[in-house]
Design a binder for this molecule. Structure first.
Ligand code: MF3
Ligand code: CO
Length: 258
């Protein structure tokens, strides 16, 4: 089912989005060399509780994971890219960290992810920067394509064109999605596609757009934890995500801090 939000629900979505954007800013500022991924998870749990919001992750048990996720934020380091389950690991200089967070407030969810390098960037600085920059530019292109009358294929095409031109192979198993009263909804938004195809955007539709890439492969492997998806070759990866609202005259990014 595809949900279209009414103006009251859209106002709530703006609140949830700002909350998620603010949480990610806080977590990003705190995460540094010496931070344990389990610290980030606890900080997230406390931020959510203090705001009176709910985690979309802790009890989530979809077919693509093993049992409930059991944590509050996805933490993916270097070759880990999606659904990174926090574990006892201490961040080191040059680690490329992705934080992916979805919470619900007053019945509306928002979802966002950010990738960045901690500490001294080291020998893999150029590779990390290129990966992150490609996903950020692809995300911006997808958002820019979400104008009035656009179809999902236009967004997918915009995202995929940037990732492809940057030289990255594109995996089509996981992509963006509708979001609203629940985190994962139709329509699916592939990170590559043909323009002019698919569902036509309508004002009140919320979409989570999430380009992600791996340096030299489009193949994923599942970690022994049953959740974390890593690059099959062990190469570095990056992921950027915003929740946007389709409006009468374009798209509004909801997951920015205020
Ligand atoms: N927020 C992720 C996405 O971008 C989904 C994470 S599901 C979890 O769609 F259970 F791993 F947290
Ligand atoms: Co998402």
């Amino acid at each position: 089912m595809i949900e279209i939000l009414n103006p009251t629900e859209l106002a709530r979505a703006r609140e949830t989005g700002a909350l998620v954007g603010g949480f990610l800013r806080t977590l990003r500022d705190r995460a540094t060399v010496g931070t344990n991924l389990l610290d980030i998870d606890r900080w997230t749990r406390d931020l959510i509780a203090d705001a009176g919001a709910q985690s979309c992750y802790v009890d989530y048990a979809p077919s693509f994971g093993r049992g409930p996720f059991g944590h509050y934020v996805c933490t993916a380091v270097n070759d880990a890219v999606l659904h990174g389950r926090p574990y006892d690991y201490t961040l080191a200089d040059g680690d490329l960290l992705t934080l992916d967070l979805a919470v619900s407030l007053d019945g509306i969810a928002a979802d966002s992810a950010v990738s960045f390098v901690v500490g001294d960037p080291g020998p893999e600085a150029a590779e990390s920067h290129a990966l992150i920059e490609a996903t950020e530019r692809a995300l911006a292109a997808g958002i820019a394509a979400a104008g009035p009358g656009a179809r999902i294929g236009d967004l997918s095409h915009a995202i995929g064109s940037v990732l492809g031109a940057a030289g990255y192979p594109i995996n089509t198993e996981f992509g963006g999605h509708g979001i609203g009263s629940t985190m994962h909804q139709d329509p699916h938004v592939s990170n590559t596609g043909r323009p002019g195809r698919g569902y036509r955007l309508r004002p009140g539709l919320l979409l989570a757009l999430e380009p992600w890439v791996m340096t030299d492969t489009d193949e994923l492997v599942v970690d022994a934890d049953g959740w974390t998806l890593r690059s099959a070759t062990g190469c570095r990866t990056a992921h950027s995500e915003h929740t946007i609202a389709v409006t009468d005259d374009g798209a509004e990014i909801l997951t920015l801090p205020r």
